[in-house]
Design a binder for this molecule. Sequence first.
Ligand SMILES: Cc1cc2nc3c(=O)[nH]c(=O)nc-3n(C[C@H](O)[C@H](O)[C@H](O)COP(=O)(O)OP(=O)(O)OC[C@H]3O[C@@H](n4cnc5c(N)ncnc54)[C@H](O)[C@@H]3O)c2cc1C
Length: 384
Amino acid sequence: MDFELSEEQMMSRDMARKFAEKEIIPKLRENERQEKFDPGIIKKMASQGLLAPHMPEKYGGMGLDYVTSAVIWESLCHASLAVTQAAVSGPIQPATNLLDAGTEEQKQKYLPPVCKGERIMSGAVVEPNAGSDSSMIETAAARSGNHWIINGSKIFITNGEIADVVLFIAQTDKSKGLKGLTSFIVEKDTPGFSSTPMKGRISWRGGSEGALQFTDMELPLENQVGEVGSALRDALRGIDTARLFLAAGCVGVAQSCLDSCLKYAKERVQFGKPIGGHQLIQEIIAEMATRTEAARWLAYRAADLKSRGVRHIKEMSYAKYFAAETALWAASQAVKIHGSFGTFDDYPVGHHYQDAITATILGGTAQIHQLTIGQQLLEMAAFK
Ligand SMILES: Cc1cc2nc3c(=O)[nH]c(=O)nc-3n(C[C@H](O)[C@H](O)[C@H](O)COP(=O)(O)OP(=O)(O)OC[C@H]3O[C@@H](n4cnc5c(N)ncnc54)[C@H](O)[C@@H]3O)c2cc1C
């Protein structure tokens, strides 16, 4: 067991942190106030090799291991989880799905531009009546001669409104439940495809979500990705990578809250001394540091198992579940330590507090991860 980051990993960490401080933080407050994501950040990340660290070089990524990728994601999310997620989500989930299930032609066509930040890709699974339970997916794909005809809708899709291309899941045989789901890829200018922004968020205000509509949308057969009925199986590695991203990102959020509290607790004087000198504040800071460190090692452990190709279903759920809860807890404590100043957006803790609640929902809710862990430990079905 080696608990030290390599020289290269430390360099990646420092580079990503500097990038986030220079490119994300200065615009964050204004963009969050306007509920706006600036897609320009995607190209900037790509130019620094930060957009698709885990993807093979052959398809425009950096070909790095998952621990190094997690270290990079943690450092970027130290500034903003929502902005980083909107920027990297294409290369993380839909691109990984395409890598695993696409034909060589599909991979050559879509992956390099997405991993280099030239085109934006969304991954669309969730619908108004199908959240955690994908067997409820109603978007239907019906075969008609040399085409598929698609009807249905998707919501909460990261970059849904601005995506150039969307990898989505539809049901091709309702009677087969989860085994009747198939993946397709669609370009935004396809007739029958439309998208709208989803505004009014109380959290993730620096991110980007949209709703998609498919109305008698005709897709040629070559836009099918993977085999008929294999969508969920094909999506597993992409879902797992998204979970790792969120686990690492939440560690970055918790660390940022801790850093802010350490600084503030030394500067803010009440009752004749810096508030850090009061033992009740020290208790919170000690707890925050301990939980953050525990979350970090759960995330790195899951990343290491993933890199080595070792089965890690429960370890990824430990990491995502615990890191998201830690980020939410740390952010709420951090706002309290900053007092009323913490409730304004001059300090980073307020925006982390807003974002952290969403981190407990996407990438599998807390309950879904608890059930996954229970199912793995008990070897008993938890979702039926
Ligand atoms: C910022 C953001 C970005 C997103 N990006 C995308 C995207 O790019 N693509 C995409 O497809 N989706 C995306 N989503 C959607 C996200 O994946 C879903 O919101 C998430 O899967 C949960 O689904 P739901 O919101 O419908 O909640 P539901 O599944 O309806 O759950 C509601 C509550 O019930 C609980 N629950 C559900 N089932 C059980 C059970 N069996 N036992 C106990 N409790 C249960 C849940 O834990 C939760 O607390 C995004 C969401 C957000 C907020």
